[in-house]
Write a protein that binds this ligand. Structure first.
Ligand SMILES: [Zn+2]
Length: 325
């Protein structure tokens, strides 16, 4: 199994996350403009479906990763741990049980024993893979492995994770306390999500949706698709939204519809090239009106992301398209 992040640093944190709003002190990050390959693969007998993904993780991806990790590891005793990040190099949690694995937005928390929580975040290029004991590891070269958690049956291998930190259980809030309501969380709070989205009325809708402090779980794909489905450009100030509840509800519905399915289909059409309304369809005809889908960077350097929209279906401000195919 797999999910993803920009990895310039390893260990306890790596740079402000453009989608997270965090500026945790000892991080340094080189955000990537390109979408890197990530692989969501495992074999049927390892209870994970074989998929390939070619984009950064969104909340649904991390939710699914968390669930699969939980199914494999929870209630099992760790027979070996191997932390390959300098600040955790001497840590050994062998003999401790994995209590639970859960996602919060795009963060993953692996609760170990009575006292510890392993916090990982994937950013652009990180991933967790699950292997049966004895299976060949396929997540990348060995030097990219940051952490290994092993039970009698499973090996969970974390590749290229830019954030690997061990927290005291009661300090989880340090890692995820800043997050807004989790779109896939059991404590989802739409009223609070709406309040946070509207707190800065001049903010562009696309930027506000990506900010995990507003609502947790949306990445670049769902941002573009939610804006399309709402009929507004990503540059529309949130204060101009005719119905913020609709935006929040659509976001939740899209993530929920995809959380069990790595394919991330937003159109209901699983055919190649038709799975998304506008995301990564620059220059192609809009699936609704036929107009060529436009794209341009949104956000301030170095955190700008390529954003997609249909100039006809979506009303509101927009820059000159910078990419057309
Ligand atoms: Zn259109």
């Amino acid at each position: 199994m797999t999910v993803t992040g920009s990895s310039a640093g390893v260990g306890a944190g790596a740079g402000p996350d453009p989608e997270d709003g965090t500026t945790r002190d000892n991080r340094l990050t080189l955000p990537r403009a390109t979408h890197l390959l990530s692989f969501f693969r495992a074999r049927a007998e390892t209870m994970v479906t074989w998929r390939e993904r070619d984009r950064v993780p969104e909340g649904d991806t991390v939710w699914l990763a968390g669930r699969r990790m939980h199914q494999a590891l929870a209630g099992r005793t760790l027979t070996r741990t191997d932390f390959r990040v300098p600040q955790l190099a001497t840590v050994d949690l062998t003999g401790q049980p994995v209590v639970e694995v859960l996602s919060r937005g795009k963060h993953l928390l692996t609760r170990i024993g009575a006292d510890w929580s392993l916090h990982t975040h994937f950013r652009m290029d990180g991933s967790w893979h699950l292997y049966r004991r004895g299976d060949r590891w396929r997540g990348g070269p060995k030097w990219q492995v940051r952490v290994v958690l092993e039970t009698r049956e499973w090996q969970a291998v974390g590749y290229r994770l830019p954030v690997v930190e061990l927290l005291a259980r009661d300090r989880e809030v340090d890692a995820v306390g800043h997050l807004g309501p989790d779109l896939l969380g059991s404590d989802w709070d739409p009223v609070e999500a709406r309040r946070r989205l509207l707190a800065d009325p001049g903010r562009e809708l696309g930027q506000a949706l990506l900010d995990q402090r507003n609502l947790a779980g949306i990445g670049n794909l769902y941002k573009a698709e939610v804006c399309f489905l709402t009929g507004l450009t990503p540059w529309t100030p949130v204060g101009d939204l005719p119905d913020v509840a609709e935006v929040v509800d659509r976001s939740k519905r899209l993530l929920e519809a995809n959380r069990d399915d790595p394919a991330q289909v937003t159109t209901g059409d699983r055919r190649r090239g038709r799975q998304h309304w506008v995301f990564e369809r620059s220059g192609k005809p809009c699936l609704r009106c036929g107009t060529r889908v436009a794209s341009a960077e949104q956000g301030d350097p170095p955190y700008q992301r390529l954003t997609y929209w249909c100039p006809r279906c979506q009303k509101g401000p927009a820059p000159q398209p910078t990419h057309s195919g």
